[in-house]
Ligand binder design. Structure first.
Ligand code: ZN
Length: 352
C-alpha cells in the first residue's frame, strides 16, 4: 500500500515543485538549476527503487521483533499509542540523523541528500538509498518497546511527508513555531556549510531535540548550501558511493592497519596518517567555494529530460506493480531505472 501511495503522491510532488519554480521566477530568484533538479529527483528515484526490495525485508524484520520480543503491547486504536510513538520515532530519528552526520560511514548513506548546492523542493526528494537501511537498527528499538508495525510505517511516512515542504527558500522565519517545529528556516541551516551551521538542526518534525541536546542554531547569516567535499557531478548513482569511495581510498593510503578498520567509525571527515600525506586536501574555505555550474544547451536538457522521464516511468510501474508482478519483472524494471539514470548522467556530463 505504501508503494502505491508513493506512486500517487508523485504528481502532487511535481505540482508543488512547479508551483515553487514559478513563484521563485516571479520573484526573480534563481533557486533552481535544471540538471541539479533532475539529479536530485533521480537520487530519490534510485532510493525508492532500492527500498522496494530492502523494505520488504526490513519491515518483515520489524514485525518479527515486535511480535516475538516486544516488552509491551500497544493498541493501534488508542490515540495514546499514536502520540507516544510519534514522539519516540521523532526522538530516534533525531539521533539516527545526527549520527548520520557525525560518523564517517553513516555519512556515506546520508550525503546524497546534502550534495545539492541549490535548495528547493527537489532537494527534499534527493534521498540517500542507504540511509533508511542504516537507520533500521535504531528503528528496531521501537519494535522492542512494542510499536505496532502499521503505526511505525504510517508515522515514518508522515515524518517524511512533513519534511517535504521545509526544503524551500521562499518561506522566511515563521513566528511562534521556530525552535519548536522543523521549519524551512531551521532546515536551511541544517543544509548550510557555513561554520556556525555545520552539524546543526537535525530534528525531523520537532526542533525541541536540538534545543535539548545543544545542536539548535537560528538562521542568521546567508546560507551556503552543499557539502564541504563538493560533489561536482550530475550522476544520481555515483552520488551514492562518492563518500564511501573517498573513505575506501583513505583507508588504503593509511600507514597503520588499525586505521583501515576504524576510519569508518571515526568522526566524519577524520583522515588517517598516510592518507593526509599521500593525498593532500586543502582545508575547506567558504571564501573559495564556487557553485558547480555545468553549461547545458537545449539539446542536452531535452535528451536528459527524456532519460529522466523513462526512469520515472519504470519506477512508477514498479511501485504500482508491487504485489501484482513477480520479483523477476521488478528486478528487470530496477535495472531499467539504473540504466536510464546513468544515461541521463552521461548526457549531463559537460564542461563547466
Ligand atoms: Zn542531514
Amino acid at each position: 500500500m505504501q508503494n502505491a501511495l508513493l506512486a500517487y503522491a508523485t504528481p502532487i510532488f511535481f505540482a508543488l515543485i512547479f508551483a515553487e519554480a514559478w513563484w521563485a521566477r516571479r520573484k526573480g530568484k534563481d533557486f533552481f538549476e535544471f540538471s541539479d533538479s533532475l539529479t536530485s529527483i533521480g537520487c530519490g528515484v534510485f532510493t525508492v527503487t532500492l527500498e522496494l526490495f530492502a523494505k520488504a525485508f526490513l519491515l518483515g524484520l520489524f514485525i518479527v521483533v515486535e511480535q516475538r520480543f516486544a516488552m509491551w503491547h500497544w493498541s493501534v486504536d488508542s490515540w495514546v499509542t499514536w502520540l507516544v510513538f510519534f514522539i519516540l520515532l521523532d526522538f530516534v530519528y533525531y539521533w539516527a540523523h545526527r549520527w548520520s552526520h557525525e560518523i564517517n560511514f553513516l555519512w556515506g548513506g546520508h550525503v546524497p541528500h546534502h550534495q545539492s548546492e541549490h535548495y528547493n523542493l527537489t532537494t527534499a526528494l534527493r534521498q540517500g538509498a542507504w540511509q533508511d537501511i542504516s537507520h533500521w537498527p535504531l528503528y528496531l528499538i521501537l519494535a522492542l518497546v512494542g510499536c505496532p508495525a502499521s503505526v511505525f510505517i504510517i508515522l515514518l511516512t508522515v515524518s517524511k511527508l512533513y519534511q517535504f515542504w521545509i526544503h524551500t527558500r521562499l518561506i522566511d522565519k515563521i513566528p511562534l513555531i521556530e525552535g519548536i517545529l522543523n521549519t524551512p528556516s531551521a532546515h536551511r541551516v541544517h543544509h548550510g556549510i557555513n561554520d556556525p551551521y555545520i552539524d546543526r538542526n537535525h530534528g525531523g518534525t520537532l526542533m525541541i531535540w536540538d534545543r535539548i541536546f545543544g545542536t539548535y542554531v537560528k538562521e542568521d547569516e546567508p546560507v551556503v548550501f552543499g557539502v564541504r567535499k563538493a560533489f561536482r557531478s550530475r550522476n544520481p548513482l555515483t552520488a551514492h558511493v562518492d563518500w564511501l569511495v573517498t573513505l575506501w581510498r583513505d583507508a588504503a593510503l593509511s600507514y597503520r592497519w588499525q586505521d583501515r578498520f576504524t576510519i569508518w567509525f571515526h568522526r566524519t571527515g577524520w583522515r588517517p596518517e598516510g592518507a593526509k600525506q599521500r593525498d593532500f586536501r586543502p582545508p575547506f574555505s567558504l571564501e573559495e567555494f564556487r557553485l558547480y555550474a555545468p553549461v547545458l544547451d537545449t539539446a542536452h536538457k531535452r535528451a536528459g529530460f527524456v532519460w529522466f522521464m523513462l526512469a520515472i516511468t519504470a519506477n512508477t510501474t514498479m511501485l504500482l506493480g508491487f504485489g501484482h508482478i513477480g520479483w523477476g519483472a521488478q528486478l528487470l524494471l530496477a535495472a531499467l531505472v539504473i540504466l536510464t539514470l546513468w544515461r541521463m548522467a552521461v548526457v549531463f556530463t559537460v564542461p563547466e
